[in-house]
Each structure stands twice: as C-alpha cells, then as structure tokens.
Design a protein around this ligand. Structure first.
Ligand code: SF4
Length: 68
C-alpha cells in the first residue's frame, strides 16, 4: 500500500508567492502567477507545502491506494 496525497488548491486564494513550489517543486509550480499542482503525489513534502502556504489555499488529503 502506498500513501497518496490528494492536492487541491483554491486558486481564488492563491497570492502567487510560490512557497508551495519552494517546498515541493515536484508537485507545485506557478503558472501565470497562480499555483497549480499535480492531482496526487506520494511525496510527503506536499504537507509542508500546505503548511507553508500563507493563504491557506492548499488542501492535502491523505488517501491509501490499495492497488499500489
Ligand atoms: S504557497 Fe499558497 S499562495 Fe503561495 S503560490 Fe502556493 S498556493 Fe499560492
């Protein structure tokens, strides 16, 4: 089993400072000044990215992938 992290960004809250990309560049990047993220990641640094977001725009939900 693998822990997957499902990532959602409230783009209306994002201020584009890029703290998320600094924390977990594999999962987050800026596009036209607004963060975009992969839908799911196995990298626990996405939790740090959510904590680092000054706008509280990132929601990370842990899901267990039974098939992995
Ligand atoms: S840390 Fe938050 S506010 Fe900053 S770019 Fe990422 S999602 Fe946007």
């Amino acid at each position: 089993m693998t822990t997957l992290y499902r990532i959602e960004i409230d783009r209306s809250l994002c201020s584009g400072f890029g703290a998320c990309a600094d924390e977990a560049g594999d999962a987050f990047r800026l596009e036209n000044g607004i963060a975009v993220a992969v839908a799911t990641s196995t990298d626990p640094r996405v939790l740090d990215a959510a904590d680092a977001c000054p706008m509280g725009a990132i929601t990370v939900t842990e899901v267990v992938d039974q098939a992995a």
